[in-house]
Design a protein around this ligand. Structure first.
Ligand code: CP3
Length: 333
């Protein structure tokens, strides 16, 4: 078993495996080099040779315990033929959502549009560097995808006033999203992903009364589906107010926490394996502070099954030397 599997399946508390969200990305000069020659982000995600190379870049530098496949949660709307673009210094921009068009997309059309991702997962998982390590596949949670598909861009702090206006559209889109997320999960697993992470980046935007419909029920269905394929799932409902209630409802194999929650409270309330937490901005400071903050999390979770990660993606301005120091600190703990 890999170190991550030992934490997730056997509740091991001595290994402290580490991987980092957005570990393949802009803080690495070797990524920026490839990116500068490939201005179209979607095309880059669909180039299996390059996406394999990018996925493996951080593993060549650092002793991470997993590779997360270089792709994006918005490849789902792309696969459903909604227009998706990434604008520099702005983020994603999606085309108008057309229910009629999306309803016509069949499984074979979707798989054909995204199959290069599965090819990259095959390449990555077969690479020797991943011996005794995990290949992480991922999806966006239905709620977060709904937000992007309707809002057509990041919502920043709040949703548009009329976001919930067309209930009929929302209900239909949620059913389609769930159907294709299952297809996407199954294909990633069949290609070699042996762990799935579900990103619900906008879970924190909802009021409690709306959580069961938009977050708990659809995410529970996907967690159950993934587990039925004998593959563990980590959920990351960023900024959700009540992580315990989320875990009680959804029953993921592990829960990833953001940097705004109190890790002490989480440790007391939640018994399943925990991942993440440290503020990515810590990596912009100095070694002494990195050691102090990383040790804080490792101390709090020393008797708890714990996977080291950050409480959000690594920031592009991070110095790779500081990442190396973080990995060393965690491994030497
Ligand atoms: O973690 C990894 O290394 C794997 C690859 C990965 C990417 N995006 C690559 C990426 C993963 C797991 C994601 C998830 C993702 N994508 C989420 C959930 C996590 C989160 O950040 O909340 C979301 C909401 C998206 C949608 C998305 N993709 C946004 C909002 C942006 C622009 C913001 C930004 O950081 O620039 C992206 C672009 C993106 N996805 C980049 C990378 C490496 C940067 C692209 C670039 O080089 O310009």
């Amino acid at each position: 078993m890999t170190p991550l599997q030992r934490v997730i399946k056997e509740n091991n508390t001595t290994l402290n495996p580490i991987w980092i969200m957005r570990q393949a990305g802009r803080y690495l000069p070797e990524f920026r080099e490839i990116r500068s020659k490939n201005p179209d982000f979607i095309k880059l995600c669909l180039n299996p040779n390059l996406s394999t190379e990018i996925t493996l870049q951080p593993l060549k530098r650092f002793d991470f315990d997993a590779a997360i496949i270089f792709s994006d949660i918005l490849m789902l709307p792309y696969g459903l033929k909604q227009k998706v673009e990434f604008k520099k210094n702005f983020g994603p921009i999606l085309g108008k959502l057309n229910l009629n068009e999306i309803s016509k997309v069949e499984e074979i059309d979707f798989v054909e549009r995204v199959q290069q991702i599965y090819k990259a997962i095959k390449n990555v998982s077969n690479n020797n560097i991943l011996k005794d390590k995990n290949t992480i596949g991922f999806i966006g949670a239905p709620w977060t995808l709904l937000v992007y598909m309707i809002n057509q861009q990041s919502p920043k702090k709040q949703l548009k006033k009329d976001f919930f206006e067309n209930k009929d559209l929302i209900n239909n889109i949620l059913i389609i999203i769930e159907k294709f997320l299952k297809i996407h999960i199954k294909n990633q697993i069949d290609s070699g992903a042996n762990l799935i992470q579900i990103f619900d980046s906008w879970a924190g935007l909802l009021e409690n009364k709306d959580l069961p419909y938009y977050v708990y029920n659809p995410t529970f269905n996907l967690v159950k589906f993934t587990q039925s394929l004998n593959t563990p799932v980590i959920c990351f409902p960023r900024n959700i107010k009540d992580y315990k209630r989320y875990c009680d409802f959804i029953k993921p194999d592990a829960i990833c926490i953001d940097y705004e929650v109190d890790p002490l409270k989480i440790e007391k309330e939640i018994s399943i394996p925990i991942q993440g937490g440290m503020d990515p901005k810590v990596l912009l400071t100095d070694k002494e502070n990195i050691k102090k903050e990383a040790t804080k999390y490792l101390d709090i979770f020393k008797d708890h099954p714990y996977i080291f990660n950050l409480g959000h993606g690594v920031l592009p301005e991070t110095n790779p030397e500081m990442m190396e120091y973080l990995v060393k600190t965690v491994k030497d703990y």
